[in-house]
Design a protein around this ligand. Structure first.
Ligand code: NAG
Ligand code: NAG
Ligand code: NAG
Ligand code: NAG
Length: 491
Protein backbone atom coordinates (compact mmCIF):
# COMPACT_ATOMS: atom_id res chain seq x y z
CA UNK A 1 0.00 0.00 0.00
CA UNK A 2 2.66 2.48 1.03
CA UNK A 3 4.66 1.73 -2.03
CA UNK A 4 1.73 2.95 -4.00
CA UNK A 5 2.02 6.40 -2.47
CA UNK A 6 5.25 6.77 -4.40
CA UNK A 7 3.55 6.14 -7.68
CA UNK A 8 0.74 8.38 -6.65
CA UNK A 9 3.22 11.14 -5.96
CA UNK A 10 4.87 10.55 -9.28
CA UNK A 11 1.55 10.53 -11.03
CA UNK A 12 0.63 13.86 -9.50
CA UNK A 13 3.93 15.32 -10.63
CA UNK A 14 3.18 14.27 -14.17
CA UNK A 15 -0.34 15.62 -13.94
CA UNK A 16 0.97 18.90 -12.70
CA UNK A 17 3.07 19.40 -15.81
CA UNK A 18 1.77 22.19 -18.03
CA UNK A 19 -1.29 21.15 -19.91
CA UNK A 20 -1.71 21.71 -23.60
CA UNK A 21 -3.67 24.86 -24.39
CA UNK A 22 -7.05 24.56 -26.02
CA UNK A 23 -5.74 26.26 -29.11
CA UNK A 24 -4.24 24.02 -31.78
CA UNK A 25 -0.74 22.91 -30.89
CA UNK A 26 0.52 23.99 -34.29
CA UNK A 27 -0.17 27.60 -33.46
CA UNK A 28 2.16 29.45 -31.17
CA UNK A 29 0.92 32.92 -31.94
CA UNK A 30 0.65 35.49 -29.16
CA UNK A 31 -2.90 36.83 -28.79
CA UNK A 32 -3.41 40.43 -29.83
CA UNK A 33 -5.45 43.15 -28.14
CA UNK A 34 -6.24 46.30 -30.13
CA UNK A 35 -6.57 49.56 -28.15
CA UNK A 36 -7.99 52.39 -30.25
CA UNK A 37 -7.43 56.13 -29.98
CA UNK A 38 -9.69 59.13 -29.69
CA UNK A 39 -12.57 58.54 -32.11
CA UNK A 40 -11.52 54.93 -32.68
CA UNK A 41 -14.48 53.16 -31.05
CA UNK A 42 -18.06 52.81 -32.23
CA UNK A 43 -20.77 54.46 -30.15
CA UNK A 44 -24.47 53.56 -30.09
CA UNK A 45 -27.22 55.77 -28.73
CA UNK A 46 -30.86 55.54 -27.67
CA UNK A 47 -32.92 58.66 -27.09
CA UNK A 48 -35.62 59.80 -24.77
CA UNK A 49 -34.86 63.49 -24.69
CA UNK A 50 -36.80 66.19 -22.87
CA UNK A 51 -36.25 68.50 -25.85
CA UNK A 52 -34.26 68.83 -29.05
CA UNK A 53 -32.32 71.73 -30.47
CA UNK A 54 -33.93 71.53 -33.90
CA UNK A 55 -37.20 70.18 -35.30
CA UNK A 56 -35.36 67.76 -37.60
CA UNK A 57 -33.67 66.02 -34.67
CA UNK A 58 -35.14 62.78 -33.29
CA UNK A 59 -36.34 63.13 -29.71
CA UNK A 60 -37.20 59.52 -28.88
CA UNK A 61 -35.98 56.25 -30.36
CA UNK A 62 -37.01 52.81 -29.14
CA UNK A 63 -33.91 51.30 -30.75
CA UNK A 64 -30.14 51.74 -30.53
CA UNK A 65 -28.61 53.53 -33.48
CA UNK A 66 -25.04 54.20 -34.59
CA UNK A 67 -23.97 57.59 -33.32
CA UNK A 68 -20.29 57.10 -34.15
CA UNK A 69 -19.48 56.55 -36.81
CA UNK A 70 -22.37 57.22 -39.15
CA UNK A 71 -21.53 59.62 -41.95
CA UNK A 72 -25.20 60.41 -42.49
CA UNK A 73 -25.30 62.20 -39.15
CA UNK A 74 -22.44 64.49 -40.03
CA UNK A 75 -24.08 66.39 -42.87
CA UNK A 76 -25.21 70.04 -42.46
CA UNK A 77 -28.09 70.60 -39.99
CA UNK A 78 -28.18 66.95 -38.96
CA UNK A 79 -24.75 67.46 -37.43
CA UNK A 80 -26.33 69.80 -34.87
CA UNK A 81 -28.52 66.92 -33.65
CA UNK A 82 -25.43 64.75 -33.59
CA UNK A 83 -23.48 67.24 -31.48
CA UNK A 84 -26.36 67.54 -29.03
CA UNK A 85 -26.45 63.74 -28.63
CA UNK A 86 -22.71 63.26 -28.46
CA UNK A 87 -21.78 66.02 -26.01
CA UNK A 88 -21.01 65.39 -22.36
CA UNK A 89 -22.27 67.46 -19.47
CA UNK A 90 -19.72 68.29 -16.79
CA UNK A 91 -20.55 68.56 -13.12
CA UNK A 92 -17.93 70.75 -11.45
CA UNK A 93 -18.86 69.42 -8.00
CA UNK A 94 -18.62 65.68 -8.57
CA UNK A 95 -15.97 66.39 -11.25
CA UNK A 96 -17.48 63.79 -13.54
CA UNK A 97 -19.41 63.87 -16.80
CA UNK A 98 -22.78 62.50 -17.86
CA UNK A 99 -24.37 62.10 -21.26
CA UNK A 100 -26.66 64.84 -22.50
CA UNK A 101 -30.12 64.61 -20.84
CA UNK A 102 -32.17 61.71 -22.20
CA UNK A 103 -29.30 60.19 -24.19
CA UNK A 104 -28.24 56.63 -23.43
CA UNK A 105 -24.86 55.61 -24.79
CA UNK A 106 -23.13 52.27 -25.17
CA UNK A 107 -19.87 51.12 -26.75
CA UNK A 108 -20.53 47.93 -28.71
CA UNK A 109 -18.27 44.95 -29.25
CA UNK A 110 -15.86 44.92 -26.33
CA UNK A 111 -13.58 41.93 -26.90
CA UNK A 112 -14.47 41.79 -30.59
CA UNK A 113 -12.23 42.58 -33.45
CA UNK A 114 -14.66 43.94 -36.05
CA UNK A 115 -15.82 46.93 -33.98
CA UNK A 116 -12.31 48.41 -34.04
CA UNK A 117 -11.51 47.25 -37.56
CA UNK A 118 -14.35 49.36 -38.89
CA UNK A 119 -15.83 52.44 -37.29
CA UNK A 120 -18.85 52.53 -39.53
CA UNK A 121 -20.70 49.27 -38.80
CA UNK A 122 -22.15 49.29 -42.33
CA UNK A 123 -18.57 49.28 -43.73
CA UNK A 124 -19.91 51.70 -46.35
CA UNK A 125 -17.81 54.75 -45.69
CA UNK A 126 -14.04 54.59 -46.15
CA UNK A 127 -13.49 54.31 -42.44
CA UNK A 128 -11.43 51.20 -41.98
CA UNK A 129 -9.49 51.48 -38.74
CA UNK A 130 -7.51 48.40 -37.61
CA UNK A 131 -8.78 46.32 -40.56
CA UNK A 132 -5.54 46.28 -42.59
CA UNK A 133 -3.49 45.19 -39.61
CA UNK A 134 -6.01 42.45 -38.79
CA UNK A 135 -6.12 41.30 -42.42
CA UNK A 136 -2.32 41.03 -42.43
CA UNK A 137 -2.38 38.90 -39.27
CA UNK A 138 -5.10 36.44 -40.30
CA UNK A 139 -2.72 34.44 -42.56
CA UNK A 140 -0.48 33.81 -39.52
CA UNK A 141 -3.32 31.80 -38.00
CA UNK A 142 -5.23 34.47 -36.10
CA UNK A 143 -8.91 34.14 -35.47
CA UNK A 144 -11.11 37.22 -35.02
CA UNK A 145 -12.67 37.59 -31.52
CA UNK A 146 -10.54 34.69 -30.24
CA UNK A 147 -6.86 35.42 -30.69
CA UNK A 148 -7.31 38.93 -31.97
CA UNK A 149 -9.56 41.16 -29.91
CA UNK A 150 -10.52 44.78 -29.60
CA UNK A 151 -10.90 46.86 -26.45
CA UNK A 152 -12.98 49.88 -27.54
CA UNK A 153 -13.86 52.55 -24.99
CA UNK A 154 -15.83 55.77 -24.64
CA UNK A 155 -13.13 57.99 -26.07
CA UNK A 156 -14.86 61.14 -24.90
CA UNK A 157 -13.66 60.44 -21.41
CA UNK A 158 -10.20 60.44 -19.79
CA UNK A 159 -8.72 57.68 -17.57
CA UNK A 160 -10.16 59.22 -14.37
CA UNK A 161 -13.63 58.13 -15.56
CA UNK A 162 -12.57 54.77 -16.94
CA UNK A 163 -12.09 52.58 -13.89
CA UNK A 164 -14.69 50.11 -15.23
CA UNK A 165 -12.99 50.00 -18.60
CA UNK A 166 -9.59 49.28 -17.08
CA UNK A 167 -11.07 46.44 -15.01
CA UNK A 168 -12.72 45.00 -18.12
CA UNK A 169 -9.47 45.33 -20.04
CA UNK A 170 -7.53 43.57 -17.30
CA UNK A 171 -10.08 40.75 -17.37
CA UNK A 172 -9.94 40.55 -21.16
CA UNK A 173 -6.15 40.18 -21.07
CA UNK A 174 -6.38 37.52 -18.34
CA UNK A 175 -9.13 35.65 -20.15
CA UNK A 176 -7.13 35.64 -23.38
CA UNK A 177 -4.10 34.41 -21.46
CA UNK A 178 -6.09 31.59 -19.87
CA UNK A 179 -7.57 30.57 -23.17
CA UNK A 180 -4.40 30.64 -25.27
CA UNK A 181 -1.82 30.02 -22.58
CA UNK A 182 0.16 32.93 -23.99
CA UNK A 183 0.99 36.50 -23.15
CA UNK A 184 -0.61 39.19 -25.29
CA UNK A 185 0.69 41.85 -27.62
CA UNK A 186 -1.17 45.12 -27.14
CA UNK A 187 -1.41 47.30 -30.24
CA UNK A 188 -2.22 50.91 -29.37
CA UNK A 189 -3.07 53.82 -31.57
CA UNK A 190 -2.77 57.51 -30.69
CA UNK A 191 -4.66 58.21 -27.43
CA UNK A 192 -4.53 54.46 -26.75
CA UNK A 193 -0.92 55.10 -25.68
CA UNK A 194 -1.52 57.60 -22.84
CA UNK A 195 -4.56 55.53 -21.82
CA UNK A 196 -2.30 52.52 -21.45
CA UNK A 197 0.39 54.59 -19.78
CA UNK A 198 -2.19 55.17 -17.07
CA UNK A 199 -3.27 51.51 -17.07
CA UNK A 200 0.30 50.18 -16.77
CA UNK A 201 1.04 52.52 -13.87
CA UNK A 202 -1.87 50.87 -12.02
CA UNK A 203 -0.96 47.20 -12.59
CA UNK A 204 1.48 45.19 -10.51
CA UNK A 205 4.80 44.31 -12.19
CA UNK A 206 4.26 40.57 -11.70
CA UNK A 207 0.87 40.83 -13.42
CA UNK A 208 2.45 42.61 -16.40
CA UNK A 209 5.31 40.09 -16.54
CA UNK A 210 2.80 37.27 -16.59
CA UNK A 211 0.33 38.66 -19.12
CA UNK A 212 2.01 41.16 -21.46
CA UNK A 213 4.45 39.98 -24.09
CA UNK A 214 4.95 43.30 -25.82
CA UNK A 215 3.30 46.59 -26.73
CA UNK A 216 3.23 48.19 -30.16
CA UNK A 217 2.45 51.87 -30.04
CA UNK A 218 1.35 53.31 -33.37
CA UNK A 219 1.59 57.10 -33.39
CA UNK A 220 1.25 57.08 -29.60
CA UNK A 221 0.43 60.45 -28.07
CA UNK A 222 2.37 59.50 -24.92
CA UNK A 223 2.80 63.12 -23.82
CA UNK A 224 -0.23 64.74 -25.47
CA UNK A 225 -0.38 66.69 -28.69
CA UNK A 226 -0.44 70.31 -29.80
CA UNK A 227 -3.44 69.31 -31.88
CA UNK A 228 -5.49 69.36 -28.69
CA UNK A 229 -4.72 73.08 -28.26
CA UNK A 230 -5.83 73.64 -31.84
CA UNK A 231 -9.05 71.72 -31.23
CA UNK A 232 -9.88 73.96 -28.27
CA UNK A 233 -9.11 77.13 -30.20
CA UNK A 234 -9.85 76.93 -33.92
CA UNK A 235 -11.19 73.36 -34.01
CA UNK A 236 -9.85 70.28 -35.77
CA UNK A 237 -11.15 66.86 -36.67
CA UNK A 238 -8.19 65.16 -34.92
CA UNK A 239 -7.04 63.76 -38.23
CA UNK A 240 -9.73 61.13 -38.29
CA UNK A 241 -12.44 62.42 -40.61
CA UNK A 242 -13.31 65.30 -42.79
CA UNK A 243 -15.87 67.14 -40.75
CA UNK A 244 -16.11 70.90 -40.40
CA UNK A 245 -13.63 71.62 -37.57
CA UNK A 246 -15.63 74.49 -36.11
CA UNK A 247 -18.82 72.45 -36.06
CA UNK A 248 -17.33 69.50 -34.29
CA UNK A 249 -15.45 71.79 -31.89
CA UNK A 250 -18.45 72.26 -29.61
CA UNK A 251 -18.72 68.54 -29.03
CA UNK A 252 -14.98 68.03 -28.60
CA UNK A 253 -14.66 70.82 -26.05
CA UNK A 254 -17.12 68.94 -23.82
CA UNK A 255 -14.84 65.89 -23.69
CA UNK A 256 -12.41 65.43 -20.79
CA UNK A 257 -10.26 63.28 -23.11
CA UNK A 258 -9.34 66.44 -25.00
CA UNK A 259 -8.03 68.07 -21.82
CA UNK A 260 -6.16 64.85 -21.09
CA UNK A 261 -4.45 65.16 -24.51
CA UNK A 262 -3.08 68.68 -23.94
CA UNK A 263 0.72 68.93 -24.28
CA UNK A 264 2.42 67.88 -21.06
CA UNK A 265 4.96 69.99 -19.14
CA UNK A 266 7.12 66.83 -19.24
CA UNK A 267 7.91 67.79 -22.85
CA UNK A 268 6.90 71.42 -23.26
CA UNK A 269 8.77 73.61 -20.81
CA UNK A 270 7.44 76.76 -19.13
CA UNK A 271 9.47 78.94 -21.55
CA UNK A 272 8.00 77.53 -24.74
CA UNK A 273 5.17 79.74 -26.01
CA UNK A 274 2.94 77.69 -28.32
CA UNK A 275 -0.03 80.02 -28.51
CA UNK A 276 0.53 83.69 -29.03
CA UNK A 277 -1.98 86.52 -29.39
CA UNK A 278 -1.64 90.26 -28.95
CA UNK A 279 -2.75 89.83 -25.35
CA UNK A 280 -1.32 86.52 -24.20
CA UNK A 281 1.56 84.04 -24.48
CA UNK A 282 0.44 80.55 -23.55
CA UNK A 283 2.80 77.85 -22.25
CA UNK A 284 2.10 74.66 -20.29
CA UNK A 285 2.29 76.76 -17.14
CA UNK A 286 -0.64 79.11 -17.87
CA UNK A 287 -3.36 77.09 -19.58
CA UNK A 288 -5.88 78.91 -17.41
CA UNK A 289 -5.42 82.09 -19.45
CA UNK A 290 -6.24 80.19 -22.62
CA UNK A 291 -9.42 78.68 -21.15
CA UNK A 292 -10.44 82.07 -19.76
CA UNK A 293 -9.95 83.70 -23.16
CA UNK A 294 -12.08 80.96 -24.73
CA UNK A 295 -14.64 81.28 -21.93
CA UNK A 296 -14.48 77.54 -21.21
CA UNK A 297 -14.46 77.30 -17.39
CA UNK A 298 -15.58 73.63 -17.40
CA UNK A 299 -12.82 72.66 -19.81
CA UNK A 300 -10.32 74.25 -17.45
CA UNK A 301 -11.72 72.16 -14.60
CA UNK A 302 -11.38 69.05 -16.78
CA UNK A 303 -7.78 70.04 -17.40
CA UNK A 304 -7.21 70.22 -13.63
CA UNK A 305 -8.86 66.79 -13.23
CA UNK A 306 -6.65 65.13 -15.85
CA UNK A 307 -3.33 67.00 -15.88
CA UNK A 308 -1.57 64.73 -13.39
CA UNK A 309 -3.06 61.38 -14.40
CA UNK A 310 0.05 60.28 -16.27
CA UNK A 311 2.52 63.02 -15.56
CA UNK A 312 5.86 61.52 -14.53
CA UNK A 313 4.42 58.05 -13.98
CA UNK A 314 7.01 55.36 -13.36
CA UNK A 315 8.25 53.40 -16.38
CA UNK A 316 5.43 51.22 -17.79
CA UNK A 317 7.38 48.01 -17.12
CA UNK A 318 6.54 46.38 -20.45
CA UNK A 319 8.44 46.02 -23.72
CA UNK A 320 7.36 48.79 -26.12
CA UNK A 321 7.86 49.28 -29.83
CA UNK A 322 7.15 52.94 -30.60
CA UNK A 323 6.32 53.24 -34.28
CA UNK A 324 5.56 56.74 -35.48
CA UNK A 325 5.59 58.85 -38.58
CA UNK A 326 8.04 61.73 -38.94
CA UNK A 327 8.57 64.52 -41.41
CA UNK A 328 4.90 65.36 -41.75
CA UNK A 329 3.91 68.96 -40.97
CA UNK A 330 2.48 68.98 -37.46
CA UNK A 331 1.12 71.95 -35.48
CA UNK A 332 3.87 73.25 -33.25
CA UNK A 333 2.70 76.79 -32.56
CA UNK A 334 -0.27 79.05 -33.27
CA UNK A 335 0.12 82.75 -33.74
CA UNK A 336 -2.91 85.03 -33.83
CA UNK A 337 -2.92 88.52 -35.25
CA UNK A 338 -5.14 91.01 -33.44
CA UNK A 339 -8.81 90.10 -33.82
CA UNK A 340 -8.31 86.61 -35.26
CA UNK A 341 -8.52 84.59 -32.02
CA UNK A 342 -9.66 81.85 -31.83
CA UNK A 343 -10.79 80.88 -35.34
CA UNK A 344 -7.96 81.97 -37.65
CA UNK A 345 -4.44 81.16 -36.48
CA UNK A 346 -1.22 81.27 -38.43
CA UNK A 347 0.09 77.82 -37.84
CA UNK A 348 3.79 77.14 -37.44
CA UNK A 349 4.58 73.53 -38.23
CA UNK A 350 7.11 71.20 -36.66
CA UNK A 351 8.04 67.54 -36.90
CA UNK A 352 5.54 64.76 -36.32
CA UNK A 353 2.94 62.70 -38.15
CA UNK A 354 0.50 65.53 -38.85
CA UNK A 355 -1.36 64.99 -35.58
CA UNK A 356 1.08 63.88 -32.90
CA UNK A 357 4.32 65.81 -32.36
CA UNK A 358 7.48 63.76 -32.74
CA UNK A 359 8.61 64.46 -29.18
CA UNK A 360 5.36 63.00 -27.83
CA UNK A 361 5.51 59.82 -29.93
CA UNK A 362 9.12 59.37 -28.79
CA UNK A 363 8.43 59.97 -25.12
CA UNK A 364 8.69 56.20 -24.62
CA UNK A 365 12.48 56.55 -25.02
CA UNK A 366 12.43 58.20 -21.63
CA UNK A 367 11.91 54.78 -20.05
CA UNK A 368 14.66 52.87 -21.87
CA UNK A 369 17.00 53.24 -18.92
CA UNK A 370 14.49 53.05 -16.10
CA UNK A 371 13.05 49.60 -16.82
CA UNK A 372 14.45 46.19 -17.72
CA UNK A 373 11.99 45.67 -20.61
CA UNK A 374 13.26 46.96 -23.91
CA UNK A 375 12.05 50.10 -25.68
CA UNK A 376 12.36 50.35 -29.45
CA UNK A 377 11.96 53.71 -31.15
CA UNK A 378 10.92 53.21 -34.78
CA UNK A 379 10.55 56.46 -36.72
CA UNK A 380 8.95 55.99 -40.14
CA UNK A 381 9.62 58.83 -42.55
CA UNK A 382 6.61 60.42 -44.17
CA UNK A 383 3.87 58.27 -42.61
CA UNK A 384 0.88 60.24 -41.44
CA UNK A 385 -1.12 59.65 -38.26
CA UNK A 386 -3.78 57.43 -39.84
CA UNK A 387 -1.66 55.93 -42.63
CA UNK A 388 0.45 54.19 -40.00
CA UNK A 389 -2.52 51.82 -39.66
CA UNK A 390 -2.22 50.75 -43.30
CA UNK A 391 1.35 51.48 -44.38
CA UNK A 392 3.37 48.46 -45.51
CA UNK A 393 6.31 49.41 -43.28
CA UNK A 394 4.35 49.44 -40.04
CA UNK A 395 2.33 46.35 -40.97
CA UNK A 396 5.50 44.44 -41.96
CA UNK A 397 7.07 45.41 -38.65
CA UNK A 398 4.08 44.05 -36.70
CA UNK A 399 4.03 40.83 -38.75
CA UNK A 400 7.74 40.35 -38.14
CA UNK A 401 7.42 41.00 -34.42
CA UNK A 402 4.55 38.52 -34.18
CA UNK A 403 6.52 35.93 -36.17
CA UNK A 404 9.56 36.35 -33.92
CA UNK A 405 7.47 35.86 -30.79
CA UNK A 406 5.68 32.89 -32.36
CA UNK A 407 9.05 31.29 -33.05
CA UNK A 408 10.17 31.94 -29.48
CA UNK A 409 6.94 30.39 -28.13
CA UNK A 410 7.45 27.37 -30.37
CA UNK A 411 11.02 26.85 -29.17
CA UNK A 412 9.91 27.10 -25.56
CA UNK A 413 7.12 24.60 -26.19
CA UNK A 414 9.48 22.15 -27.87
CA UNK A 415 11.80 22.34 -24.90
CA UNK A 416 8.89 21.54 -22.59
CA UNK A 417 7.85 18.59 -24.71
CA UNK A 418 11.40 17.21 -24.70
CA UNK A 419 11.62 17.53 -20.92
CA UNK A 420 8.29 15.82 -20.53
CA UNK A 421 9.45 12.95 -22.76
CA UNK A 422 12.60 12.58 -20.66
CA UNK A 423 10.53 12.40 -17.52
CA UNK A 424 8.21 9.81 -19.06
CA UNK A 425 11.18 7.67 -19.99
CA UNK A 426 12.57 7.84 -16.49
CA UNK A 427 9.20 6.81 -15.11
CA UNK A 428 9.03 3.77 -17.41
CA UNK A 429 12.56 2.73 -16.52
CA UNK A 430 11.81 3.03 -12.86
CA UNK A 431 8.58 1.05 -13.09
CA UNK A 432 10.28 -1.72 -15.07
CA UNK A 433 13.25 -1.96 -12.73
CA UNK A 434 11.22 -1.85 -9.58
CA UNK A 435 9.47 -5.16 -10.07
CA UNK A 436 10.93 -6.73 -7.02
CA UNK A 437 10.63 -10.34 -5.99
CA UNK A 438 8.40 -11.22 -3.02
CA UNK A 439 11.39 -12.57 -1.22
CA UNK A 440 13.35 -9.29 -1.50
CA UNK A 441 10.22 -7.34 -0.70
CA UNK A 442 10.03 -8.83 2.78
CA UNK A 443 13.66 -8.02 3.39
CA UNK A 444 13.16 -4.47 2.26
CA UNK A 445 10.09 -4.01 4.41
CA UNK A 446 12.12 -4.53 7.52
CA UNK A 447 14.17 -1.37 6.99
CA UNK A 448 12.14 1.78 6.78
CA UNK A 449 13.58 5.18 6.16
CA UNK A 450 12.54 8.56 5.06
CA UNK A 451 13.25 10.36 1.87
CA UNK A 452 12.77 14.09 1.88
CA UNK A 453 10.91 15.48 -1.01
CA UNK A 454 11.59 18.96 -2.23
CA UNK A 455 8.14 20.32 -2.51
CA UNK A 456 7.46 23.80 -3.74
CA UNK A 457 4.53 24.24 -1.38
CA UNK A 458 5.00 22.17 1.78
CA UNK A 459 8.25 20.57 2.76
CA UNK A 460 6.70 17.18 3.49
CA UNK A 461 8.47 13.96 4.27
CA UNK A 462 7.32 10.75 2.72
CA UNK A 463 7.89 7.56 4.65
CA UNK A 464 8.64 4.79 2.28
CA UNK A 465 9.86 1.21 2.29
CA UNK A 466 13.46 0.37 2.61
CA UNK A 467 15.17 0.34 -0.75
CA UNK A 468 18.65 -0.45 -1.81
CA UNK A 469 20.93 2.55 -2.09
CA UNK A 470 20.69 2.28 -5.88
CA UNK A 471 16.88 2.25 -5.80
CA UNK A 472 16.88 5.14 -3.41
CA UNK A 473 19.10 7.18 -5.70
CA UNK A 474 16.93 6.38 -8.68
CA UNK A 475 13.78 7.40 -6.90
CA UNK A 476 15.30 10.62 -5.75
CA UNK A 477 16.38 11.44 -9.23
CA UNK A 478 12.89 10.78 -10.53
CA UNK A 479 11.52 13.01 -7.88
CA UNK A 480 13.84 15.78 -8.92
CA UNK A 481 11.40 18.61 -8.60
CA UNK A 482 13.77 21.15 -10.00
CA UNK A 483 13.00 19.85 -13.45
CA UNK A 484 9.40 20.83 -13.13
CA UNK A 485 9.77 23.66 -10.67
CA UNK A 486 7.17 26.31 -11.02
CA UNK A 487 4.48 24.01 -12.23
CA UNK A 488 3.77 22.21 -9.01
CA UNK A 489 1.41 23.96 -6.77
CA UNK A 490 0.07 21.16 -4.58
CA UNK A 491 1.41 17.68 -4.05
C1 NAG B 1 -19.43 75.43 -11.15
O1 NAG B 1 -20.50 75.65 -12.01
C2 NAG B 1 -21.40 76.64 -11.59
C3 NAG B 1 -22.59 76.65 -12.54
O2 NAG B 1 -22.18 76.58 -13.86
C4 NAG B 1 -20.69 77.98 -11.52
O3 NAG B 1 -21.56 78.99 -11.07
C5 NAG B 1 -19.50 77.87 -10.61
O4 NAG B 1 -18.73 79.06 -10.62
C6 NAG B 1 -18.61 76.71 -11.03
N1 NAG B 1 -17.55 76.51 -10.08
C7 NAG B 1 -16.29 76.35 -10.46
C8 NAG B 1 -15.31 76.09 -9.37
O5 NAG B 1 -15.96 76.36 -11.63
C1 NAG C 1 -18.70 39.79 -30.94
O1 NAG C 1 -18.23 38.51 -31.32
C2 NAG C 1 -19.07 37.45 -30.94
C3 NAG C 1 -18.39 36.16 -31.35
O2 NAG C 1 -17.93 36.22 -32.66
C4 NAG C 1 -20.43 37.61 -31.61
O3 NAG C 1 -21.29 36.59 -31.20
C5 NAG C 1 -21.00 38.96 -31.24
O4 NAG C 1 -22.20 39.18 -31.92
C6 NAG C 1 -20.04 40.06 -31.58
N1 NAG C 1 -20.55 41.34 -31.13
C7 NAG C 1 -20.44 42.45 -31.86
C8 NAG C 1 -21.03 43.66 -31.26
O5 NAG C 1 -19.89 42.48 -32.94
C1 NAG D 1 4.76 87.44 -25.70
O1 NAG D 1 6.13 87.11 -25.91
C2 NAG D 1 6.78 87.97 -26.81
C3 NAG D 1 8.17 87.43 -27.04
O2 NAG D 1 8.81 87.19 -25.85
C4 NAG D 1 6.78 89.39 -26.29
O3 NAG D 1 7.41 90.26 -27.19
C5 NAG D 1 5.35 89.85 -26.04
O4 NAG D 1 5.33 91.10 -25.43
C6 NAG D 1 4.61 88.84 -25.18
N1 NAG D 1 3.20 89.22 -25.15
C7 NAG D 1 2.51 89.28 -24.04
C8 NAG D 1 1.07 89.68 -24.19
O5 NAG D 1 2.97 89.04 -22.95
C1 NAG E 1 12.77 39.66 -35.63
O1 NAG E 1 13.94 38.87 -35.52
C2 NAG E 1 14.96 39.20 -36.41
C3 NAG E 1 16.05 38.14 -36.30
O2 NAG E 1 16.40 37.93 -34.96
C4 NAG E 1 15.46 40.61 -36.09
O3 NAG E 1 16.50 40.98 -36.97
C5 NAG E 1 14.31 41.57 -36.21
O4 NAG E 1 14.71 42.87 -35.82
C6 NAG E 1 13.12 41.13 -35.35
N1 NAG E 1 12.01 42.01 -35.67
C7 NAG E 1 11.21 42.53 -34.75
C8 NAG E 1 10.15 43.44 -35.24
O5 NAG E 1 11.31 42.28 -33.56
Amino acid sequence: MRRRSWFLALFIVLLALPVQSKVSKAKHIPPIILIPGDGGSQIEAKLNKPSTIHYICSQVTDYWFDLWLNMELLVPYVIDCWIDNMRLVYDNVTRTTTNAPGVEIRIPGFGNSSTVEWLDPSHRSPTGYFKDIVNALIPLGYERDVTIRGAPFDFRRAPNEHSDYFLKLRRLIEETFQYTGRKAILILHSMGAPMMRYFFSHQEQHWKDKHIESVVSLAGAWGGSMKAVKVYTSGDNLGIYVISPQKVRAEQRSAPSLAFLLPTPELWGPEEVFLETDTMNITTSNYKEMFDALNLPDAYEMYLDTKDLIRNTPAPGVEIHCLHGTGVDTVEKMIYKKGTFPDKPNVVFGDGDGTVNKRSAELCLKWSKSQKNKIYNVPLAGIDHMDILRDKRSIDYIVQLVSNITKKNQQRENRKIRNLAKLEKKKKTFLAESEISDERQTIIERTKFEIPIKDVGSREHFTTYGLTAEEDRRQNSIMNFDEVAGHIVVL
